[in-house]
Design a protein around this ligand. Structure first.
Ligand SMILES: [Zn+2]
Length: 142
């Protein structure tokens, strides 16, 4: 069962972020990187904010990211969330990708156990519109 109910709207890709979502549909997390100066950026943009190049490529993200920030939500911002409280929102940072960050959810961690810097790995869930979306789980450290 997905972390968020199916009534929550799924992504609606734009011209700029459609490649990101297309890779997600293949269960691949990739970030846009400038082909000229090789800096990552997210969300995707047509022009590199650093060197103004229009050339870009899509590079696979590393398996592990880390919690950069999080919030525990106690008020339902959408009627479908009334029975799901509290839920978390996390910002996952990928240091190896120039700190590209994603806003998502942790699917398997009680609110009181979420920590900044916690290593996390991607899991794929199906949103209400049928699209695969990246969510995260705590990385098991053995
Ligand atoms: Zn650049």
């Amino acid at each position: 069962m997905a972390y968020l109910p199916e009534e929550i709207p799924g992504p609606q890709p734009t011209t700029e972020d459609r490649p990101f979502w297309d890779y997600c549909q293949q269960r691949e997390l990739r970030f846009q990187r400038c082909a000229a100066c090789r800096r990552f950026r997210h969300p995707p943009t047509p022009v590199c904010p650093h060197c103004r190049s229009f050339d870009s490529e899509w590079i696979a993200a590393p398996e592990t990211g880390e919690v950069f920030s999080f919030s525990i939500v106690h008020h339902p911002a959408h009627p479908a969330m009334k029975g799901k409280l509290p839920y978390n929102l996390v910002v996952v940072d990928f240091p190896a990708c120039d700190h590209a960050r994603l806003v998502s959810n942790l699917v398997d961690v009680p609110p009181e156990e979420i920590r900044i810097g916690m290593p996390v790995t991607v899991v794929w869930e199906t949103a209400g519109n049928g699209m695969l979306v990246p969510r995260f789980k705590k990385k098991e450290t053995l």
